[in-house]
Design a protein around this ligand. Structure first.
Ligand code: PMP
Length: 379
């Protein structure tokens, strides 16, 4: 089987699984304990924080470890909204955010906040000018993702950050960086980004651990009341094995970014060239997109049918995003891009990994061709 679902999750590095097992067995002390075992864990935690900070070129004090990007996104958005009610109760986001941002905003709306959901164009893009036009005196925060998890669309977050940086009164800027980090360069520091979310399992690290970059000086209202770990923002005993392994994966993701982007980009071009030759496939991934995601619709067929045919041929792909694939309604992201409900219900996402080779792409293309022909003959 060949795994083409890296946007859902990635196979962990061997170094990651080994680190988890080793740290879990040997360094089980609570980092808050004052004895030697506790101090050892605290040292590992601090070291991991330094490694993550270096990978992001930020200050270690600005890293808050969380239980994944869903938590990072909720902590950033709700934490800022609750902290800065004196500035206002208006938020801006887009119609194509991940559910952990979108549903979080919906929840805040039900709690009395106002949210502007910016529409996107046919490529899934939002423009910095749209954000600018939506700003109000009572806007507290803007949240725009770096790379869309369904289509790979690359949002102009550097431009949005540059525009927001000079605004008075200051509006906070949160970026969900989950699908972009390690694939595309993005300067967090000095770019107008105040809050930045990452998840380890999209970077060949463990599931259930992530981080939130919180610009120095910024306060967030904590979602969990407790012992005050992680600068008071995320109470709860830190998951040392996962955090240490995450730091390793993040360092590798950061160091290999340029070569990984080049390799994935070439594989994606090869895949797209082959797919264009297959009639009836509607490519939803735009030109300005991440190097690891190709999304297409095959109207007239249920996406699951094609997914399972590809599985029979030895390939794991995805119907849109893992977080929504068990829902039967059409993709909110594709509908926002103006696709028909039919096209928005028949989407397939192929997401590439650094371990793939040209032969894997060619084999996938052959399976895709065969499956499409089979489906056509069944019509
Ligand atoms: N944001 C994006 C863009 C994602 O792709 C995901 C994972 N599907 C998340 C947030 C949530 O990450 P996690 O699984 O770590 O909660």
């Amino acid at each position: 089987m060949i795994y083409f679902d890296h946007a859902a999750t990635t196979p962990p590095y061997k170094e990651v699984t080994e680190t988890v097992a080793e740290v879990m067995a040997r360094h089980y002390g609570n980092p808050s304990s004052l004895h030697r075992l506790g101090e050892e864990s605290d040292r590992l935690l601090n070291k991991a924080r330094e490694v993550c900070a270096a990978a992001l070129s930020v200050n270690p004090k600005e890293i808050v470890f969380t239980g994944g990007a869903t938590e990072s996104n909720n902590t950033a958005i709700k934490g800022a909204a609750l902290q800065y009610t004196n500035r206002g109760k208006h938020l801006i986001t887009t119609e194509t955010e991940h559910p952990s941002v979108y549903e979080c905003c919906k929840q805040l709306e039900s709690w009395g906040w106002e949210v502007t959901y910016l529409p996107v164009d046919a490529d899934g893009l939002v423009a910095a000018e749209q954000v600018q036009a939506a700003l109000r005196q009572d806007t507290v925060l803007v949240s725009v993702m770096h790379v869309n998890n369904e289509t790979g669309t690359l949002q102009p977050v550097a431009e949005i950050g540059a525009m927001l940086k000079d605004k008075a009164p200051r509006v906070l800027f949160h970026v969900d960086g989950v699908q972009g980090f390690g694939k595309l360069p993005l300067a967090v520091k000095g770019s107008g980004i105040d809050l930045y979310s990452l998840s380890a399992h999209k970077l060949r690290g463990p599931k259930g651990v992530g981080l939130l970059y919180v610009r120095e000086g910024l306060k967030l209202s904590p979602l969990l009341a407790g012992g005050g770990q992680e600068g008071g923002i995320r109470s709860g005993t830190e998951n040392i094995p996962y955090i240490v392994a995450f730091a390793k994966a993040l360092r590798l993701a950061s160091e290999g970014q340029p070569s990984r982007a080049a390799k994935l980009g070439a594989l994606k071009d090869r895949l797209l060239r082959g797919m264009i030759a297959l009639p009836e496939l509607l490519i939803n991934t735009p030109g300005a997109s991440a190097p690891h995601i190709v999304h297409f619709s095959y109207p007239g067929t249920k996406a699951e049918a094609l997914l399972h045919m590809l599985e029979e041929e030895g390939f794991f792909v995805s119907t849109r995003s893992a977080c929504s694939s068990r829902r039967s309604e059409p993709s909110r992201v594709l509908l926002a891009m103006g696709r028909s409900p039919e096209a928005a219900s028949s989407g397939i996402r192929i997401s590439l990994g650094e371990e793939h080779h040209e032969q894997d792409i060619d084999a996938l293309l052959a399976a895709l061709k065969k499956s499409v022909q089979r489906l056509q003959s069944l019509r």
